[in-house]
Design a protein around this ligand. Structure first.
Ligand code: FES
Ligand SMILES: [Fe+2]
Length: 308
């Protein structure tokens, strides 16, 4: 859970009171300290307990009690960026779109009732666009019979259509390093006003095992009159259209089974190559977690036979 301490700094810590396990997020901030709703124990910005009211406030019990986990967090570009890794925090290097003045920007966040990994698989899966989104005004162009090509880079990999470029959702750039995000372009029709394709970044925040917040800030490199036209059209018409497209994804994802069940008897096609690539890319991190927590589940069948 996130809260602001007495200096206005954002703090991010486990949503779990070390007294008897209440959710700290239903507490409040009093005098710059976080106060648990259940018995009013208080915690400072470092998660250190400062007061146990039933024992008079500051006491030895308070001194030896602290919230179990807290994460370094920074505010930038209108978002909170947390480092949830176990090593020292990597420098925060935001995608250039956030500071590039050429872009007119709209934030957009939706919630999908699906595991974050299924949501990410949906994003790398270019070839769902011409089918699921066939009736949208932005994703109904081009051919439906194509192959996808995957190329690794230093921080992840890129996926593109082999026989089509700049027509539909034909390219995505996936970053799996210190900052995990995707970057993609969507060509816009003339009815969206003059200007280049829409650039979208995607950041996934798992809420729990079965729900994910998906942040999709939108960027279009337009200026002057074009920018004014774009901003007006986006607010009046295109935002609704885009949310409709995202709802199509939501409906599909919320109808999928769990990650484990979905993978047990799937039949993958060449177009699923980026999904397999993603699973393979993430597998070492998953394996580390399994060993750390002593889980004896088998690895996800990431390297399955793939029709070519
Ligand atoms: S559970 Fe938080 S104060 Fe008791
Ligand atoms: Fe989609």
């Amino acid at each position: 859970m996130a809260w602001r301490d007495g200096d206005g700094a954002v703090r991010l810590m486990a949503d779990l009171c070390p007294h008897r396990g209440a959710r700290l997020s239903v507490g409040d901030v009093v005098g710059g300290q976080l106060r648990c709703a259940y018995h009013h124990w208080r915690f400072d910005g470092e998660g250190q307990c400062t007061s146990v009211p039933s024992q008079g406030g500051a006491c030895s019990l308070a001194a030896r009690t602290r919230v179990s986990v807290s994460y370094p967090v920074r505010e930038a570009a209108g978002y909170l960026w947390a480092w949830i890794g176990e090593s020292e925090p990597a420098p925060l290097k935001l995608p250039a779109e956030f500071t590039d003045q050429r872009y007119a920007t709209f934030p957009e966040t939706v919630e999908w009732g699906a595991n974050w990994l299924l949501a990410l698989e949906n994003l790398v899966d270019l070839m769902h666009a011409p089918f699921l989104h066939a009736r949208s005004i932005t994703l109904n162009e081009g051919i439906t019979n194509d192959r996808v090509v995957v190329d690794d880079h230093d921080d992840g990999f890129e996926v593109r259509r082999r026989d089509q470029t700049g027509t539909n959702f034909d390219w995505i750039d996936i970053h799996t390093g210190a900052l995990s995000f995707v970057r993609l372009d969507i060509p816009l029709p003339p009815s969206a006003g003059p200007g280049p394709p829409l650039r979208i970044l995607g950041f996934l925040t798992p809420r729990d095992n079965a729900a994910t917040l998906v942040h999709f800030p939108r960027f279009r490199a337009v200026s002057g009159r074009e920018r004014r036209i774009w901003r007006t059209l986006y607010r009046l018409r295109l935002r609704g259209t885009h949310l409709h497209v995202l709802n199509q994804d939501k409906e599909m994802l919320e109808g999928l089974r769990t990650v484990e069940e979905a993978r047990r008897d799937e039949h993958l096609a060449q177009a699923d190559r980026p999904v397999v690539h993603l699973r393979r890319a993430l597998e070492p991190a998953f394996d580390k977690q399994r060993r750390r927590f002593g889980l004896d589940q088998p690895p996800h069948p990431a390297a399955v036979a793939l029709a070519d």
